[in-house]
Design a protein around this ligand. Structure first.
Ligand code: APR
Ligand code: PHB
Length: 393
C-alpha cells in the first residue's frame, strides 16, 4: 500500500491531521490498533480552547459541537471552601467550550468515513523503517496479516504508549518527565451537574473537580493515592468523598446515580525533544503528556495536528522544507508553556503527600494572591482559554 502521509493512531491527533490534510487534497492512511468502538468507548477530558474550536470549524465537522457544546465563560476555584470565580470572558474576552473528547473523535471519524481516505482499525503499527529517507515505511499487523505502507511522511499520533517515539534512536531524543505522587479517580454519571461552571476544589482531603459532558451528564474527579483499587471505591464512597471536598454550596447540589464509568488515571508531565526524526513527526500524546488539571491534553494534540498539517501542505503545494525543519521547535514552544501551566495548576490545587506546612502556606498565598490580583487572574485565564498559535505557516 502506498500513500502520501502514513498516520499511526486514530485518536484526536491522528484523525484531525487526516481531516486537515484531506481538505488540502493530501492523501493519508490511518492505522489504529484498536477497533473504532473501543476508541469511542474511552472517556477522556472535554474542555476545548477557542483555537481548538476554530480548528474543528475549519475541518467542516463542527456542526454537532456548535449545537451541543456548552460555552463556559468562567470557572470556579474553591480553596478550603472559599470560592473564587475566574471570569474568563471578562478577563480575556474569550471562553472555552465543554464538549467531550469522545464526541470530537466521533465527529472526526464520521467525517473520515465520508471521504476517500483509508482508515484501518485493529491494525497495529509494529515498526517504522527508514524514517530518515524520503521513502519511510510502516510495518503493521492486522488480524494476523502483515502489511506495509510506503509513504512520504509518517505521523506518529499513537499516544504515550505507541511505537513511534520508540522508533527514534535513543541518542536522538531527550525526554523530560515528572510523575506526581497521586492520581485522579473519575466517575461519569447521568445526573445534572452540580454547578453550571466547572469547579476545581483544593481541600484538606485532596483535590476534586466537578465537570460535565452535557446538562444531564456529569464528570467528577477526586485526587487519590496511586495504589487504590476500584473495588475499594463503590459509588457511595465516591459521592461522599466528592461532597466532602467540593465546598458546601456545590456539595448540596451533587446529584448521584450509578456510575457509567469509573477509572483511575495517574498524573504525569512528559516531553520528548525533538518532535521529529527525519520524516517521522510526533504529534499529541506521543510526544508530550500533561496532567489533566489544566485540560490541555486534547488541545495540545489539536495544535500539533494543525502545525503538522500546515507544514505538510506547504511542502506539497510550494515545495517548502523550512517548515519541516522548524516543526519541532514551533510545537515545543507552545507545548512547554502548556506544560508549565498544567504543572502550576496541579501544584496549586493538589495535596502533596510529602508537603509540609510551609508548602501549604505557599499554596494558600498563591490562592489569596489570585483572589486579590486581576493580573494574576488574567494570567490564569489566558492560559486556560489557550495561548495563541505561534504561526509561521
Ligand atoms: N499502532 C496503531 N495505533 C496505535 C498504536 C500502534 N502501534 N499504538 C497506539 N495506537 C493508537 C491508540 O489505540 C489510540 O487510539 O493511537 C491512538 C492515540 O490516541 P490518544 O491516546 O487519544 O492520543 P492523541 O491523539 O495524541 O490525543 C491526545 O488524548 O490521551 C488523551 O489526554 C489526552 O486529550 C489528550 C489526547
Ligand atoms: C473533564 O471534563 O473530564 C475535565 C475537565 C477539566 C479538566 C480535566 C478534565 O481540567
Amino acid at each position: 500500500m502506498r500513500t502520501q502521509v502514513g498516520i499511526i493512531g486514530a485518536g484526536p491527533a491522528g484523525l484531525l491531521l487526516a481531516r486537515l490534510l484531506s481538505r488540502q487534497g493530501i492523501e493519508s492512511v490511518v492505522l489504529e490498533r484498536r477497533s473504532a468502538g473501543y476508541v469511542l468507548g474511552r472517556v477522556r477530558a472535554g474542555v476545548l480552547e477557542r483555537g481548538t474550536v476554530e480548528l474543528l470549524q475549519e475541518t467542516g465537522c463542527a456542526e454537532r459541537m456548535q449545537r451541543d457544546g456548552l460555552v463556559h465563560d468562567g470557572f470556579e476555584i474553591n480553596f478550603d471552601g472559599r470560592p473564587l470565580r475566574i471570569d474568563l470572558a471578562g478577563l480575556t474576552g474569550g471562553s472555552v467550550v465543554v464538549y467531550g473528547q469522545t464526541e470530537v473523535t466521533r465527529d472526526l471519524m464520521d467525517a473520515r468515513g465520508a471521504e476517500a481516505g483509508v482508515t484501518l482499525y485493529d491494525a497495529e503499527a509494529v515498526s517504522i523503517a527508514d524514517p530518515e529517507s524520503d521513502r519511510p515505511r510502516i510495518a503493521f499487523r492486522q488480524n494476523d496479516r502483515a502489511g506495509v505502507i510506503a509513504c512520504d511522511f509518517v505521523a506518529g499520533c499513537d499516544g504515550f504508549h505507541g511505537i513511534s517515539r520508540t522508533c527514534i534512536p535513543a541518542s536522538a531524543v531527550r525526554t523530560f518527565e515528572r510523575a506526581y505522587p497521586f492520581g485522579w479517580l473519575g466517575v461519569l454519571a447521568d445526573v445534572e451537574p452540580c454547578s453550571e461552571e466547572l469547579i476545581y476544589a483544593s481541600h484538606a482531603r485532596g483535590f476534586a473537580l466537578a465537570s460535565m459532558r452535557s446538562p444531564t451528564r456529569s464528570r467528577y474527579y477526586i485526587q487519590c493515592p496511586l495504589d487504590i483499587s476500584l473495588g475499594d471505591w463503590p459509588d457511595e464512597r465516591f459521592w461522599a468523598e466528592l461532597r466532602g471536598r467540593l465546598g458546601p454550596a456545590a456539595s448540596e447540589r451533587v446529584a448521584t446515580a450509578p456510575a457509567i464509568e469509573k477509572s483511575i488515571a495517574p498524573l504525569r508531565s512528559f516531553v520528548a525533544e525533538p518532535m521529529r526524526f527525519g520524516r517521522l513527526f510526533l504529534a499529541g500524546d506521543a510526544a508530550h503528556i500533561v496532567p489533566p488539571t489544566g485540560a490541555k491534553g486534547l488541545n495540545l494534540a489539536a495544535a500539533d495536528a494543525r502545525v503538522l498539517a500546515r507544514t505538510l501542505t506547504a511542502f506539497y503545494k510550494d515545495g517548502r522544507t523550512d517548515l519541516i525543519e522548524s516543526y519541532s521547535d514551533r510545537c515545543l514552544a507552545r507545548v512547554w508553556k502548556a506544560e508549565r501551566f498544567s504543572w502550576w495548576m496541579t501544584s496549586l490545587l493538589h495535596r502533596f503527600p510529602d508537603a509540609d506546612d510551609f508548602a501549604r502556606r505557599l499554596q494558600l498565598a498563591e490562592f489569596e494572591y489570585l483572589g486579590s490580583s486581576r493580573a494574576a487572574q488574567t494570567a490564569l485565564a489566558e492560559n486556560y482559554i489557550g495561548l495563541p498559535f505561534e504561526d509561521a505557516s
